[in-house]
Design a protein around this ligand. Structure first.
Ligand code: L34
Length: 296
């Protein structure tokens, strides 16, 4: 079994980005800038945003987190988005999800200028992605592709099973892996809460991608020998042996499943850090486009 070390791989990607940024700075260009809108006090979101800011610092990007309280109005957020769309110094921005129930997140996504939509959530980018045109790819799927590519895991002709059909992970990764492209050409099955015979379907997977959010859902008996496991789940469970009283686990029963897997991602330290690195890649791409710079 080989560990797909997202922490290490994302570090390598960020080193590569930093070298490019340093080159642009030495040529007299300004630094790339990423902004994030964070609503409320969701501890998981706060932790993800902290990791994004830290990564910006590491690669030499400017960053700004714009925080609003949980009772912010839709109109205030729309006006904030309008401001960021117009701000020439901002290359890309995101609205960290989830937002509170009284906020219509779809309306917010539609208001983001697609050229600054480094999350790739705007229908313009999503549609471009689906048709194989140039687009910002959503960060988690993009991070997974980069991880497979860097680990030398081919996808062509493979049976891929994706569990979960969210707009930000399951649906886009299933599209990307089935497209006629370098990291595509797979035969993809998209399973979800209404899927019948999930166990049999998973047993056929050469690559199993779980984006479900249920701890220990993928068990030893559901996978075949040699499977590649990509665990997108991030679940906090009680653990009284820890100082904090809890720990993070994925969707996969790591200990038992890893004995059968050829490759497996850990949680934490797997897909999460790759998501952040992919966001850095998209921000660099937006910056290069805006300034008309070549990819050095
Ligand atoms: N708009 N909302 C928007 N864009 C995104 O790309 C996200 N996502 C998902 C949730 N909402 C979003 C993220 O940023 C998930 N996600 C994300 C980002 C980073 C990490 C996990 C999920 C991450 O860094 N995970 C660490 C552990 C972090 C911790 O300790 O809490 C890891 O090693 O997995």
């Amino acid at each position: 079994m080989k560990l797909l070390d997202g922490k290490r791989l994302s570090g390598e990607l960020k080193d590569e980005i930093k070298i490019k940024v340093d080159t642009y700075l030495s040529q007299g260009h300004r630094a790339p800038k990423l902004c994030a809108i964070l609503v409320g006090e969701n501890p998981a979101s706060q932790s993800y945003i902290r990791n994004k800011v830290r990564s910006c610092d590491r690669v030499g990007f400017a960053s700004e987190v714009i925080q609003r309280s949980v009772d912010v109005t839709q109109a205030e957020l729309l006006s904030l988005i309008d401001q960021l769309n117009k701000d020439e110094t901002v290359d890309g921005f995101i609205v960290q999800l989830p937002v509170p129930d009284h906020i219509d997140d779809q309306e917010l996504l539609l208001a983001i200028d697609p050229a600054k939509d480094v999350d790739g959530f705007h229908p313009y980018n999503f549609g471009s992605m689906a048709q194989g045109m140039d687009a910002f790819l959503p960060a988690t799927p993009y991070g997974i592709l980069l991880m497979l590519e860097r680990a030398g895991i081919a996808t062509s002709g493979k049976n891929v099973v994706v569990i979960g059909r969210s707009n930000i992970v399951g649906t886009p990764i299933s599209i990307l892996l089935s497209r006629k492209s370098d990291m595509g050409n797979a035969t993809v099955t998209l399973a979800h809460s209404r899927t019948k015979d999930l166990k049999e379907i998973c047993q056929r997977a050469d690559i199993l991608i779980s984006a479900l959010g249920k701890p220990f859902f993928i068990t030893h008996d559901m996978v075949k020998e040699g499977v590649v496991i990509i665990d997108v789940g991030i679940n906090r469970i009680d653990d009284l042996t820890k100082k904090s009283g809890s720990r993070l686990v994925g969707d996969v029963d790591f200990e038992k499943v890893s004995t059968k897997a050829s490759y497996i991602t850990p949680v934490p330290g797997g897909v999460g850090p790759m998501t952040v690195a992919a966001l850095m890649m998209n921000t660099l791409k937006s910056y290069q486009k805006k300034l008309g710079l070549k990819d050095e």
